[in-house]
Design a binder for this molecule. Structure first.
Ligand SMILES: [Zn+2]
Length: 272
């Protein structure tokens, strides 16, 4: 089996996790910028984080033969402070030319507040001006449907954005159609306690098809499973999906979306 992990917060994972990913057939990891589990004190804290994502983490991944890619932004959880958000957004362009940066993400909403939406739109504007791909975080639980609607409407109203270059992540049964019907990609996040199980993910795949869909673990500093993506492949096989279908879902699809950035390349021919 081979797969791409398109959404993992590796800065908070151990070297054992890298080893497990590599031995399970992972060919690349992609790391969106997100909340650290605590609020950073200043824009300089974000600068350090962007250096970590673009300089240090790729070296750590390379020790396990894994290409590492990053997305940059200020996340919705810290976007309530408009002054801080403006300072962070001003820093981001300095990093966009770095060789492992794929785009702007994971931007989105958390509590669906007015300030979060304002900062979200500012970062969509940044992506449009700089020709960047966009990765979107959608809110949790009761805020998800309303937040996803706000997000989809905000992006659709910006005529510069091609929806095929945007992925709406953490979709669930009640939001997946909102993303796909508008021409966006959709990401299903496999979590042990919330978001989605492998069985629910494969149910959605069977109902809506595999077009413009990817799976990710979104593993971070909390309870999460770095090998959730290859484990979902077992669920696909158990239900009779072919090896080719598994390969399309776990490898072909993320490659198709991420490959829209000329920087996204697997090591040599995809082998270590
Ligand atoms: Zn994330």
């Amino acid at each position: 089996m081979r797969f791409i992990e398109p959404h993992a917060h590796m800065v908070s994972r151990t070297t054992d996790d890298y080893l497990a990913l590599a031995t399970a057939g992972c060919e690349a990891v992609c790391e969106p910028a997100f909340w650290a589990g605590f609020d950073r004190g200043s824009a300089e804290g974000f600068r350090d984080y962007f250096c970590q994502l673009t300089e240090h983490e790729p070296k750590r991944a390379a020790k396990f033969g894994l290409p590492h890619f990053a997305w940059l932004c200020i996340n919705p959880k810290e976007a309530e402070d408009l002054k801080l958000a403006a300072e962070v957004i001003a820093i981001i362009p300095e990093f966009l030319d770095r060789p492992n940066v794929l785009g702007i993400g994971e931007i989105g909403l958390n509590r669906n507040s007015r300030n979060e939406l304002k900062v979200f739109e500012q970062q969509v504007d940044l992506a449009a001006r700089c020709g960047q791909l966009i990765l979107v975080h959608t809110p949790h639980l009761e805020d998800k449907l309303k937040g996803t609607r706000l997000i989809v409407d905000a992006i659709k109203s910006d005529r510069r954005i091609n929806p095929a270059r945007v992925i709406i992540d953490h979709v669930e049964e009640h939001t997946i159609e909102l993303a796909l019907d508008a021409g966006f990609w959709a990401g299903i996040t496999l979590y042990p306690e919330s978001k989605c199980t492998a069985a629910r993910a494969v149910d959605m795949m069977e109902k809506y098809g595999m077009e413009r869909l990817w799976l990710n673990s979104a593993c971070d500093w909390g309870v999460s499973v770095p090998l959730a993506v290859p484990r979902a492949a077992l669920e696909m096989r158990r239900r009779g999906h072919s090896a080719a279908a598994v390969d399309r879902m776990l490898h072909g699809n993320p490659l198709k979306f991420l490959g829209q950035s000329p920087k996204f390349k697997l090591a040599d021919d995809g082998k270590f």
